[in-house]
Design a protein around this ligand. Structure first.
Ligand SMILES: O=C(O)/C=C/C(=O)CC(=O)CC(=O)O
Ligand SMILES: [Ca+2]
Ligand SMILES: [Mg+2]
Length: 449
């Protein structure tokens, strides 16, 4: 029989709520108290650099970053927490994530105690804080591979109806978590400029294709999943164990050139329409931090097939979704110049996911495919069923047919040069301190000649 974890034990599970989630917990880092994204209850992992210094691991706390690489020298950590901080002294957190969930959780618990307002270590730790505004944020891990799923069923239905009016949701959708292999080489952190790609397109009424700057540049609102520990080639990941392989979540924007996509995607799926850039928020919000926000997966609509047994786990259905609000904002160059507030394009939630993160991971590894530490999975575009909840401009403007009004008299069908697009997300649950990801944004730059 499995032993119940001892309260205070360093090995409590990622899904368990412990003293690090106590909403009354406050930090001596004053900016953390009431911070929209990074209160002491979050403690997300990232990589930062200052000036020309080497990138290294850190934890976000309010407006600051705790330098993990400098932490071991203070002699305040021991055991698994010390091992995790030592592994974070690197330009990517792969070595730390490869240690698995135990050391990651042990470090969270230790750092929570060190940053708490009653910590005796404040004076020793203060020199290890870096102001986030003075730091450059990098990807938290080096992604060896990147795969994008299609689990947002309302997006799949709407985009399917625009690309394939007679056949919007293909018959495999409710049986298989569909995905495509992306390019890890073009995953970048928030703030990276979005150079308008050039590509081959062919309008439906054009006699022949042409090559040039794309006209239908779009965004996709997604969650990203960072893999913590992988599986050996040939060894599938049982669904019960799937979340043990997940380190945490991020926001992800799968920038998409819709005119290229429409021309190239059949029969093999997205290719150059989506691999020119994928932007993620730089902070990895750990599965531990998310424990209070786990929710039941919405039940499958009446009449939908039950997935095959390898994809079905009652515990996953009971806690596979999240109490998460997602938003998208747009600010054109003119709006920013005039000091006009960004326009909210949409607000959605995680209920749009037809498949859970665990089902994505298990399906991906089900043929023996090896997941690696640092691999990145996108969920697919998370659009809701109602107007105002769409996760892409293609859906909002019905593929450019219904232009959108911006403040100041501009209109948009797709993204224009100078537009700044920002994804944000907030986890909220009764009785807990809300947490967030920090922004995931990019400004569109003109195509390079
Ligand atoms: O052909 C289609 O129906 C649409 C494909 C995609 O947009 C691929 C994609 O990036 C999946 C997603 O974000 O949901
Ligand atoms: Ca996508
Ligand atoms: Mg992409």
């Amino acid at each position: 029989m499995a032993m119940a974890p001892t309260p205070g034990s360093e090995t409590t599970k990622a899904g368990e709520i412990d003293e690090t989630h106590d909403p009354a917990l406050r930090s001596w880092v004053e900016s953390a108290n009431g911070h929209a994204a990074f209160p002491i209850q979050n403690l997300p992992l990232g990589v930062f650099s200052v000036g020309g210094g080497a990138p290294r691991g850190g934890i976000a706390i309010g407006d600051a970053i705790l330098d993990l690489a400098a932490l071991p020298a203070l002699g305040l950590l021991e055991g698994e927490a010390l091992a995790a901080a030592q592994a974070a002294d690197a330009p990517a957190l792969n070595a730390m994530l490869a240690l698995g969930a135990g050391p990651r959780r042990a470090l969270r618990r230790a750092v929570s105690r060190l940053l708490a307002s009653d910590s005796p270590a404040r004076a020793a730790l203060e020199p290890l804080l870096v102001q986030m505004a003075e730091a450059r944020l990098h990807l938290p891990a080096h992604p060896g591979d990147y795969t994008d799923f299609y689990v947002g069923i309302h997006h799949a239905t709407t985009v399917g109806s625009l690309f394939r009016p007679d056949n919007p949701l293909l018959p495999n959708y409710k049986h298989v978590p569909i995905g495509y292999h992306g390019r890890a080489s073009t995953v970048r952190p928030s703030g990276t400029e979005v150079v308008r790609p050039v590509g081959q397109t062919k309008a439906p009424d054009a006699a022949s294709p042409s090559f040039g700057p794309v006209g239908r540049l779009d965004y996709e609102l997604e969650l990203g999943v960072w893999i913590g520990t992988g599986n050996a080639l040939g060894s599938p990941i049982p669904i019960r164990e799937a979340l043990d392989h997940v380190a945490g979540l991020t926001l992800l924007n799968d920038w998409s050139a819709r005119d290229v996509q429409a021309w190239e995607y059949q029969p093999l799926g997205p290719f150059l329409a989506k691999n020119f850039l994928t932007t993620v928020s730089p902070w990895l919000v750990t599965m531990e931090a998310l424990a209070p926000f786990r929710r039941a997966q919405p039940p499958r609509p009446e009449g939908d097939p039950r997935p095959l047994p390898y994809l079905w786990d009652e515990a996953d259905q009971a806690g596979g979704s999240f109490a998460l609000t997602l938003e998208v904002h747009l600010a054109s160059a003119a709006m920013r110049a005039q000091g006009t507030a960004p326009l909210r394009l949409s607000q959605g939630d995680a209920q749009a996911m037809y498949w859970t993160v665990a089902q994505m991971v298990t399906h991906h590894a089900s043929n023996g495919c090896a997941m690696l530490t640092g691999d990145l999975l996108g969920t697919g575009t998370l659009s809701g069923p109602r107007p105002g909840t769409e996760g892409s401009l293609m859906e909002i403007t019905r593929n450019g047919r219904l232009p959108l009004d911006l403040p100041g008299g501009e209109t948009r069908t797709f993204l224009e040069d100078g537009d700044e697009l920002t994804l944000s997300g907030r986890f909220e649950a009764e009785g807990f301190q809300p947490i967030g990801f920090g922004p995931c944004s990019g400004i569109v730059a003109p195509a390079r000649a």
